[in-house]
Ligand binder design. Structure first.
Ligand code: PLP
Length: 468
């Protein structure tokens, strides 16, 4: 018979998990004001809040922690990382940063000014934040297919070239400092961008003289999808694909907490020496000297090693395979999820699960709370709470999609954990019609409210008491 799949690693260190009772969880979530960010990690059994910085390092990476060279300048750990970034990504210049958003801060300080426009596929929230903070505008040019969860499209992270060219044509020259391709596109559900699209976007940008950068947090997962879904790349190695991907861009910001499988770290890489000189000044100002950039030497060594491990086919097959496995289990129970399953997370369509609840009672947050109560599983709302209020009208913005994101940490949980998560959701889905009320806001911050928001259950006796 055909042999079943098995992970290309074994487990050397384990971390015990505590199970809790539903009664305890009811207490805890109430104390947390129905905001899952407020829970203590011990109150969570399976934590799928994020895949950022939550991965398990290999013993080789832990060795690099011990080998870390903590010299202020010129540390050997820095040169290890420089070598990997040069070889793997073909980028001659880079500065380490303490995480991805710090790389954005350094790059954008050097090249974005007030009134600028930055197109791309859907920008990640911190990227958008750093653009808007500089009074510039982030424009989403993702293909329309990305916003239909039921539609099968192999590359829902692709940029619509017509939309992009429209931006190029409508903006005065010199107002577009860069175009950003986020790989994979987190905002559209961990969906990949095809090599063809990267090539075309790059060519169009060249034609208009606009630099193009990757937001590269999940570049290796993107390369894996290219290998699987783009015919001409089926026989190419992941590292070959990665090198070709980066050959089309002028630089990249990287959150190493994702595909470099470290708990903290990032970098900013580029090809152009002049840009590097400009960046260097801001790196020293905001992060630290050029050979450590806000990190310890040991972090750089672990990152170098993690970049190599993160671009191994067998690792990516196991990692993305596990995410797909959870997606299949949920589908087996009839639970509506975004199709196809993304690289780092499964997105449950909460609007379809809890169609009978009004959007004003926050369907995705309601589902996230139910999942926690059911089995101590923590996911995250990607819906109206995250979408926040319109800055002008102060009205709640209700996005087209209400999603519950289940992000899977790398090399951390087994498929038994995935089965457990799927069973929890199946139980909820079965009794979904008995969930008759959602939540309403008690207290919120003026921006980025989802992190600190306080909620309470809507009472049967207070119909229409929600404020919009
Ligand atoms: C996580 C992430 C960032 C920000 O990186 P941090 O390391 O969290 O600062 C930027 N872009 C994308 C696509 C990300 O996933």
């Amino acid at each position: 018979m055909e042999l079943p799949y098995a992970e290309p690693y074994r487990i050397k260190v384990v971390e015990p998990l505590e199970k809790s009772t539903r009664a305890r969880r009811e207490q805890w979530i109430k104390q947390a004001r129905y905001n899952l960010f407020n829970l203590r990690s011990e109150q969570v059994f399976i934590d799928l809040l994020t895949d950022s910085g939550t991965g398990a390092m290999s013993h080789h990476q832990w060795s690099e922690i011990m080998l870390g060279d903590e010299s202020y300048a010129g540390s050997s750990s820095y040169y290890k990382l420089k070598e990997v970034i040069g070889q793997l990504l073909g980028m001659p210049y880079f500065v380490p940063t303490h995480q991805g958003r710090a790389a954005e801060n350094v790059l954008f300080s050097a090249i974005i000014s007030e009134g600028d426009v930055v197109p791309g596929n859907a920008h990640f929230d911190t990227t958008k934040g750093h653009i808007e903070f500089r009074k510039a505008q982030a424009i989403d040019c993702t293909i329309d297919e990305a916003s239909d969860t039921t539609l099968h499209h192999p590359f829902k992270g692709n940029i619509d070239l017509k939309k992009l060219e429209r931006v190029f044509k409508s903006c005065p020259p010199g107002k577009i400092p860069l175009c950003i391709i986020t790989v994979t596109c987190n905002t559209s559900g961990g969906q990949p961008v095809s090599m063809q699209n990267i090539r075309q976007v790059s060519a169009l940008c060249r034609q208009y003289g606009i630099p193009v950068f990757f937001d590269a947090a999940r570049f290796a997962e993107n390369a894996y999808f290219i290998k699987l879904r783009e015919d001409e790349y089926a026989d190419r190695s992941i590292r070959d694909i990665v090198l070709e991907m980066f050959s089309y861009v002028d630089g990249a910001t990287m959150s190493s907490k994702k595909d470099a499988i470290v708990n903290i770290g990032g970098f900013l890489a580029c090809r152009n020496k002049e840009l590097f000189d400009k960046i260097s000044m801001y790196c020293i100002l905001y992060e630290g000297y050029l050979t450590y950039g806000g990190l310890a030497g040991r972090d750089l060594g672990a990152m170098a090693r993690g970049l190599m491990e993160g671009t191994e086919f067998s690792y990516l097959e196991s990692r993305i395979g596990q995410v797909a496995y959870l997606g299949r289990q949920l589908k087996k129970y009839g639970i509506p999820c975004q199709e196809p399953t993304g690289g780092h997370a499964v997105f449950v369509d909460a609007k379809m699960c809890l169609a009978h609840l009004p959007k004003e009672e926050f369907q995705a947050q309601t589902l996230a709370i139910e999942l926690y109560l059911e089995g101590g599983v923590r996911g995250v709302e990607i819906g109206a709470l995250l979408a926040d209020r319109d800055p002008q009208t102060r009205q709640n913005r209700y996005p087209r999609l209400e999603l519950l994101r289940l992000a899977i940490p790398r090399r951390v949980y087994t498929n038994n954990h995935m089965d457990y998560v799927a069973a929890c959701l199946a139980n909820i889905y079965e009794r979904r019609n008995s969930i008759s009320r959602g939540y309403r806001i008690v207290k919120e911050a003026p921006i980025m409210r989802h992190f600190t928001i306080e909620l309470e259950p809507v009472q049967e006796s207070s119909p229409g008491s929600n404020q919009t």
